[in-house]
Design a protein around this ligand. Structure first.
Ligand code: PSU
Ligand code: MN
Length: 306
């Protein structure tokens, strides 16, 4: 690992040295998940929200084959404008992008791997990948789920989009030994909507309680991360019927266009935006900001306790 091509922003390195609170952020949502310039503005707003809560943001990605732990504003702009021309980096893509000296945006899985390398215990995202609807025939299960069983990073998200099969996603996470903890809720949130009928096994209501969960898992020496499922704030939530109709329509279009593999999630996200007349986009940006803030608060509590 000595010759690993990795650059850590000085501010992030200093925080890690003093075991201060740092929150990792992904870049796939910037490059593949949101359109320009909402993507850039959201990325900058996430960093600001993390700073306001007293932690240091580290947006992760790969530029010219070098792992970046923390990006400057110009590099965030680079991911925002290059968009889908960046490789989407999950576990299997990381060796390829390094060997090819390419640019790549990390998914939740990719971000967890790089965060763990750098010693960052917590990350924030919008929604995690999961088991897709129809997975019984397509076998489309996001590598985010297997990564959650491997890399020791806590992930703050707003649940998962119901473009996924949420019931199967929860079953898969149970099989893989990944704790799914409601943050101020007893039920799984589904991204645009704050609650589903799926009941969770555990709930915390404040950052200190969340930090205790992370700590207990680490004390046990268990591999893998855990999920804090943080509902979208009510004022930004979509009407559940509107969300479901848009999802059904987007899924039908994906089938009609023969979209497969890593293109599925970005395709559905773009279609959703059009089908909800931009409301999904506003909701998306708002819930990620909220997750960044909560992740920072948990990081602060966790740093205090160790
Ligand atoms: N879900 C969203 N927005 C996103 C993603 C998921 O609502 O931007 C991104 C995340 O980076 C996630 C990835 O890790 O998509 C999962 O992609 P796939 O389903 O191809 O594993
Ligand atoms: Mn997939």
């Amino acid at each position: 690992m000595t010759d690993l091509p990795i650059d850590i922003l000085p501010e992030v390195a200093a925080a890690l040295d003093r075991r201060g609170p740092v929150v990792a952020l992904e870049t796939t949502v910037i490059a593949h998940g949101l359109p320009y310039p909402v993507n850039r503005d959201t990325a900058l707003a996430l960093e600001a929200a993390i700073r306001a809560a007293g932690a240091v943001p580290a947006t992760l990605g790969v530029i010219a084959g070098r792992i970046k732990i923390g990006l400057g504003a110009d590099q965030i702009e680079h991911f925002a404008t290059k968009g889908a021309a960046c490789r989407k980096l999950s576990r299997r893509d990381l060796p390829i992008v390094l060997a090819e000296s390419g640019d790549g945006a990390t998914t939740v899985a990719g971000t967890m791997i790089l965060a763990a390398l750098a010693g960052i215990p917590i990350m924030a995202t919008g929604g995690i990948g999961g088991v897709h609807r129809g997975a019984e025939s397509t076998m489309d299960v996001s590598a985010d789920l297997t990564e959650l069983a491997r890399s020791d990073v806590a992930v703050v998200c707003a649940g998962a989009k119901s473009i996924l099969d949420l019931e199967k996603t929860l079953e898969y996470l149970e099989t893989q030994g990944v704790p799914v903890i409601g943050y101020g809720t007893d039920r799984l949130p589904a991204f645009y909507v704050p609650a589903t009928r799926y009941k969770l096994e555990a709930r915390v209501d404040n950052p200190a309680a969340a930090a205790r969960m992370i700590r207990a898992k680490r004390q046990l020496g268990l591999n893998g991360g855990l999920i804090f499922a943080n509902p979208i704030p009510a004022e930004f939530a979509l009407d559940p019927d509107l969300a479901e109709r848009a999802i059904q329509a987007a899924l039908a279009e994906a089938v009609a266009h023969g979209v497969a593999g890593k293109e599925v999630t970005p395709f559905l996200l773009t279609r959703m935006e059009r089908l909800t007349e931009g409301r999904s986009l506003q909701a998306n940006a708002a819930l990620i900001r909220n997750n960044a803030r909560v992740a920072a608060e948990i990081a602060v509590a966790y740093a205090r306790r160790r």
